[in-house]
Design a protein around this ligand. Structure first.
Ligand SMILES: [Fe+2]
Length: 295
């Protein structure tokens, strides 16, 4: 694995090689104030078949999930590995440092390689791999203790959810809320509603279920101009069906009351896309901090 950090001037600040037991398929990672946490998950292409140019997914439950903690600008030899139960993770929520520990939240899959019923037409097999309904992601908490080298993990919710959003002003530092989306009862990465999850109470504190027949993608959180708190802002997402797409906007403090605006788009936006919300003000401030640090 190659790990590197790009600065706000689009220049590579550092890059290093990370030793792995074989080729891997990580999809995400975490960052905290001082560290980056890399994923080595026991799901990969069958190495023998790969040599013949064929791709077959293997989920090896005899292997561990490994999380590699590396200082932000560190080198491959600085990585400290933590071992956890085998799983696959698509998306992380957030992570932060808490004393000697890194606390990290992500969607841990119960069935990374779902059981496909015999007789399923091959054209439908991909539905199992493009469906959170079948992969059964659950919100999990990982604690990585940098002093003892021990890791612990637990599930903190039983909703079949994924594609979370947070206020990115809190990326890498302790936050209180995420907006997780519920897996719809259909294939593909379609979601059927939003759950506001509170990490202080460790429970769902608000939710909005879409009307029947409507699906959404991953929302983004946009802080309100003059925002007075983490959830003082708007959730924005594509909502629609296969024929029509709208953009819906909810208040972060009252998603259960439903959208406060709906905008019909003149085209259909495919499901499954990621997006990021960054305000110009935040990006300019980050660039100024970096310039001051390197001056
Ligand atoms: Fe993704």
């Amino acid at each position: 694995m190659e790990y590197g950090v790009v600065g706000p001037d689009n220049k590579l600040i550092c890059s290093t090689e990370i030793d792995l037991p074989g080729p891997r398929l990580p999809h995400d990672s975490w960052i905290t104030e001082n560290y980056t946490i890399l994923h080595d998950l026991p799901m990969f292409w069958d190495p023998e078949l790969l040599k013949q140019g064929k791709k077959k997914m293997i989920f090896d439950q005899s292997m561990k999930t490994r999380f590699g903690v590396i200082p932000r600008y560190g080198s491959g030899k600085d990585v400290v590995w933590f071992e956890c139960d085998p799983t696959y993770i698509l998306h992380t929520v957030n992570a932060w440092e808490d004393g000697d520990e890194i606390v990290a939240y992500a969607y841990k899959q119960l069935s990374p390689v779902p059981d496909i019923p015999k007789g399923t037409p091959s054209v439908k097999v991909q539905n199992y791999f493009l469906s959170f309904k079948h992969m059964e992601p659950r919100l999990a908490e990982y604690r990585l203790n940098l002093k003892t080298g021990k890791a612990s993990e637990r599930f903190v919710d039983d909703a079949n959810a994924e594609m979370p959003a947070i206020n990115y002003r809190y990326l890498g530092i302790k936050n209180r809320y995420s907006y997780n989306t519920f897996a719809a009862e259909v294939p593909l990465f379609l979601m059927s509603g939003i759950q506001k999850f509170d990490y202080q109470e460790l429970k769902e504190v608000d939710r909005y279920d879409l009307p029947d027949g409507k699906y959404m993608g991953q929302p983004v959180f946009a802080p309100r101009v003059g925002s007075q708190g983490e959830d003082d802002g708007y959730l924005i997402a594509y909502v629609g069906n296969l024929e029509q797409t709208e953009v819906w906007v909810w208040r972060g403090q009252s998603i259960g009351k439903g959208p406060i605006a709906r905008v019909q788009l003149p085209l259909v936006v495919p499901a499954g896309s990621h997006a990021y919300w960054g305000s110009g003000e935040d990006i300019r401030a980050a660039r100024a901090r970096r310039n001051a640090a390197t001056a």
